[in-house]
Write a protein that binds this ligand. Structure first.
Ligand code: HEM
Ligand SMILES: *[C@@H]1O[C@H](CO)[C@@H](O)[C@H](O)[C@H]1NC(C)=O
Ligand SMILES: *[C@@H]1O[C@H](CO)[C@@H](O)[C@H](O)[C@H]1NC(C)=O
Ligand SMILES: *[C@@H]1O[C@H](CO)[C@@H](O)[C@H](O)[C@H]1NC(C)=O
Ligand SMILES: *[C@@H]1O[C@H](CO)[C@@H](O)[C@H](O)[C@H]1NC(C)=O
Ligand SMILES: *[C@@H]1O[C@H](CO)[C@@H](O)[C@H](O)[C@H]1NC(C)=O
Ligand SMILES: *[C@@H]1O[C@H](CO)[C@@H](O)[C@H](O)[C@H]1NC(C)=O
Ligand SMILES: *[C@@H]1O[C@H](CO)[C@@H](O)[C@H](O)[C@H]1NC(C)=O
Length: 326
């Protein structure tokens, strides 16, 4: 019997034994069908009201899911608050004064707890909310495997290692590969930047003195440059001003992000860098031409990302409040 087969059979034996006493130990599309049949309605409703109040919230929730999954897997760690004895991930550099949407997840969790107490994990709620955010802004719909359990801790160091807009594509790709994702996932998931906003501090270095000789980034379209210099004047107090990641259709989940890259109109240096590599540029060209291809691949890559390091079975817990470990 080879190694992988014996690993598989002991795993399935464990799952079989487990199924007798509990429900399942693997992610499963129908995981809550019996235990929380209204889950999807509650999540959709919560995301819908949040977007109705503020369109940007769709983007913020989608990003929150990404920031949950990369450090330690999709186990709700990003949702945990700091306490006097516990340091969460909210103050890590990529998150501080940047990630948002916690109140939306809290409100959904409260309604889910009313309908099905201590049943649905915060990690699953966030994963479903991210899918709804894409779907409700005009993007694709994909089935979400469920059954994640919530982690018991957070890791600020790991959160500090989230991809940065200032690092080269090589480095970003290495980070994706270390999570079991690949180069295509880097391109496809970057397409999330078809909605939402970025603060000037995340791209301002491209606008004024990119090369140390006073010139802007040569791979930034001239008319976009002019607009961005208005939004982000060359002074520190413009750092928190916001610019659209996709200036053409900011609130619509479509493939314009890729069309923009082909036109030198990516906002972040890490976005435009996808055109600076022959392999990724071919993917970009493809997605810019074929919106359906992007829709399909985005769902596939989101499922991959949503499965990073999940806890199942008896690992972790079902939090009662997404901000604190039970
Ligand atoms: C590939 C590496 C990535 C880098 C370097 C990156 C970087 C950034 C940065 C710097 C911002 C602006 C944050 C701010 O100004 O406060 C941002 C926003 C955003 N990111 Fe990414 N990101 C990456 C991948 C992803 C992925 C994989 C997703 C989701 C699947 C995603 C979804 C978003 C969304 C939706 C926003 C807008 C959020 C809002 O408006 O609140 N990003 N990203
Ligand atoms: C609605 O959105 C605004 C920001 O645009 C926010 O300040 C406010 O708290 C939100 N209200 C609700 C009920 O979510
Ligand atoms: C936290 O994350 C860092 C960086 O990924 C890792 O080296 C460290 O072992 C993690 N700490 C714990 C307690 O898991
Ligand atoms: C990219 O990764 C290399 C090797 O891991 C590292 O030395 C370098 O500092 C990283 N660059 C940035 C800008 O993070
Ligand atoms: C602007 O910010 C930079 C970097 O944070 C700092 O070095 C500089 O002193 C600041 N300038 C002013 C005028 O505050
Ligand atoms: C990109 O450039 C093409 C050709 O110059 C133009 O037709 C198209 O409208 C541009 N798209 C965007 C999103 O700016
Ligand atoms: C990338 O494409 C350019 C232009 O088509 C070509 O000159 C270059 O050799 C290619 N680089 C690689 C590594 O394939
Ligand atoms: C481009 O899309 C076609 C299908 O439309 C696919 O066969 C091809 O492999 C894709 N190429 C790349 C580089 O994504």
């Amino acid at each position: 019997m080879n190694q992988s087969f014996s690993t598989f059979s002991s795993l399935s034996l464990f799952c079989l034994l487990f199924l007798v006493s509990f429900s399942s130990c693997q992610l499963d599309y129908k995981f809550y069908d019996n235990t929380c049949p209204n889950l999807l309605k509650i999540v959709r409703n919560g995301v819908w009201s949040a977007i109705a109040n503020e369109t940007r919230m769709a983007a913020s929730i989608l990003r929150l899911h990404f920031h949950d999954c990369f450090p330690n897997g999709c186990e709700g760690s990003v949702l945990l608050d700091d306490t006097s004895t516990f340091t969460g991930e909210k103050t890590a550099t990529p998150n501080k004064d940047s990630v948002r949407g916690f109140e939306v997840i809290d409100a959904i969790k409260e309604n889910v707890e009313k309908a099905c107490p201590s049943t649905v994990s915060c990690a699953d709620i966030l994963t479903l909310a991210a899918r709804e955010s894409v779907y409700l802004t005009g993007g694709p719909y994909w089935p979400v495997p469920l059954g994640r359990r919530d982690g018991l801790t957070a890791n600020k160091t790991a959160a500090n290692e989230l991809p940065s807009p200032f690092e080269p594509l090589k480095n970003i790709t290495a980070k994706f590969i270390s999570k079991g994702l690949d180069l295509k996932d880097v391109v496809v998931l970057s397409g999330a930047h078809t909605i939402g906003f970025a603060q000037c501090s995340t791209f301002k270095q491209r606008l004024f003195d990119f090369d140390g000789a006073g010139n802007p980034d040569p791979t930034l379209d001239a008319s976009l440059l002019t607009n961005l210099r208005t939004v982000c004047p060359n002074q520190n107090d413009s750092d928190t001003n916001l610019a659209s990641l996709d200036a053409t259709t900011t609130n619509k989940f479509d493939n314009n992000y890729f069309k923009n890259l082909v036109n030198n109109s990516g906002l972040l240096q890490s976005d435009q860098a996808l055109m600076g590599d022959n392999t990724t540029a071919l993917f970009v060209m493809n997605y810019s031409k074929f919106p359906f291809l992007f829709s399909r691949d985005f769902g596939i890559s989101m499922v991959k990302m949503g499965n990073i390091g999940v806890f199942t079975g008896q690992d972790g817990e079902i939090r009662k409040n997404c901000r604190i470990v039970n």
